[in-house]
Design a protein around this ligand. Structure first.
Ligand code: NAX
Length: 334
């Protein structure tokens, strides 16, 4: 099974970290033939929780787990990393302005990007989970000039999976029968969950919705129920559960990395990747697109023709990404 893959997890002592570690060590992310070497990065206050998780990983006796290293030193954490799951971030505190939030996260993702640049393996792949995920990924990438841009991504797979879950319920079809769903834009409330190309059991979803609800009701359901419910699902989870999404976020992170490394066999998923100008998105932004995974690379699905509604939704979310980029640029973080 070759040499172990080195995986750096930041914020490993936090909630998502706790849900992620055991699934990675079980082989759910890289498969049953790949052993893993885990490097857990925390800030000093989080070290105890990360060390406790490391003890429990030992107690779970995973055959694929080669070693676990806990540190608060980013240089040590990213040394030799093949994969970096950047989960730890600075949450928005009470009364915190957006610029303060971006600046605090710049103080995290800038140095982590530099540590990746200095010490990660040549094949390093990064997924940023910590919010604001797209812009944090942009900051990290800007501090890693020697790493190819397309190795920096942000997680929108949770949004994608949420969209699948909602469609599955509405269409009374298992998620495995639904294809070509897409999330466009920012991992935020402005994101555009797009079903215009989606199919269920091979039939176009818009057609099935029209048939089941009538065209007007279908349009209203999409714009007033489906889209806001997916885009605001995080807030709904907090309301119902009393705490933010954890296991679903970890599961989406596993899905993202697995599909990036092993490919999707032509199936669409969603990931925030560096734009090279596709669909009019300014080059360099980390924007969610419909993608396929092949040869260890994400490929933006080409040749789609967003209708007027979709184009307007995508533009609004991209505008927010531009504003975030301009704000971090003004703060000197890029
Ligand atoms: P927690 O607060 O439980 O854990 C975060 C951990 O990160 C803490 O243990 C903290 O000590 C650590 N940390 C902070 N700064 C660090 C640094 N500089 N280096 C290393 N570790 C650091 O939050 P959790 O629920 O695990 O969520 C983590 C992040 O995921 C948050 O930013 C959250 O907003 C984001 N999310 C992103 C999602 C997505 O789809 N992209 C969905 C879920 C989640 O909301």
């Amino acid at each position: 099974s070759g040499s172990p893959v080195t995986i750096t997890i930041t914020g490993a002592g936090g909630q998502i970290g706790y849900a992620l570690l055991f699934r990675i060590a079980s082989g759910a992310m890289l498969g049953p033939d790949t052993s893993v070497r885990l490097k857990l990065l925390e800030i000093p206050q989080g070290l105890g929780a990360a060390e406790g998780a490391a003890l429990e990983l030992q107690d779970a006796a995973f055959p694929l787990l080669d070693s676990v290293d806990v540190t608060d030193d980013a240089g040590r954490a990213f040394d030799g990393a093949n994969l970096g799951l950047l989960v730890g971030a600075r949450p928005r505190g009470p009364g915190m302005e957006r610029a303060d939030l971006l600046e605090a996260n710049g103080g995290i993702f800038g140095p982590q990007g530099a540590a990746i640049n200095a010490g990660a393996a040549d094949d390093v792949r990064i997924v940023v989970v910590g919010n604001p995920a797209n812009t944090n990924a942009l900051i990290a990438a800007a501090h890693a000039p020697d790493v190819p841009r397309d190795r920096f991504t942000a997680l929108t797979r949770l949004d994608h999976n949420r969209a699948l879950g909602q469609l599955s319920e509405a269409l009374d079809a298992p998620v495995g029968e639904i294809s070509r769903v897409a999330i466009w834009g920012n991992h935020s409330a402005t994101q555009f969950p797009d079903v215009s190309h989606a199919t269920v059991r091979g039939r176009p979803v818009p057609e099935v919705l029209d048939e089941e609800m009538g065209p007007d009701a279908a349009r209203t359901w999409l714009s007033d129920v489906f889209i806001p419910r997916v885009a605001q699902r995080g807030a709904e989870i907090i309301r119902v559960r009393g705490s933010s999404s954890v296991a679903s976020a970890a599961s989406a992170t596993i899905d993202h990395v697995r599909d990036w490394v092993h490919g999707t066999d032509g199936a669409w998923t969603s990931a925030a990747v560096v734009s090279t100008g596709e669909y009019g998105v300014p080059e360099g932004l980390i924007c969610s697109y419909p993608v396929t995974g092949a040869d260890g690379t994400w490929h933006v699905v080409p040749g789609l023709e967003p209708d007027a509604f979709a184009a307007q939704r995508i533009a609004a979310s991209v505008e927010e990404l531009v504003a975030e980029r301009d704000a971090v640029r003004a703060l000197g973080l890029l």
